[in-house]
Design a protein around this ligand. Sequence first.
Ligand code: CA2
Length: 150
Amino acid sequence: MTQTIYVLNGPNLNMLGVREPEKYGHSTLADVEKLCRDTAQRFGLAVEFRQSNIEGELVTWIQEARIKKAAGIVINPAAYTHTSVAILDALALSELPVIEIHITNVHQRESFRHHSYVSKIAKAVLAGFGIDGYALAITGLARMIGAKEK
Ligand code: CA2
């Protein structure tokens, strides 16, 4: 049976490629989705790719990932990284392997971006690779769950 990974994106990431290209690059969220699908396909994995500006919707999708027996979660919680105990709790309750990814190196930015609630439960954290971080995160998760490269 094909295993599925959830790739979840938080608020404002729908603006990728549209605003602030000097910080976030020129790729759009649709480009990120294609990169994720292409990377996952190499390991025979399916992808549920979602973005929301609403905290509770992300929580619901994390719960859904567990119900649907997903193999793991790659998440860029965006600003909720630094604020959301609800997303931390949902990820912990999911009992799934979680990889946290940030496009920018949050540690070079404002001090309020240096703390992540999600890092408390993430198996691994990537920051500063641009959108390539998504491909690296999926590759790392695929190896973690024992998916074989085709
Ligand atoms: O570096 C990342 O991936 C972040 O998760 C992005 C969040 C930020 O709040 C985190 O501290 C770090 C912001 C997402 C907003 O994305 C935009 C993309 C293009 C233009 C404007 C915003």
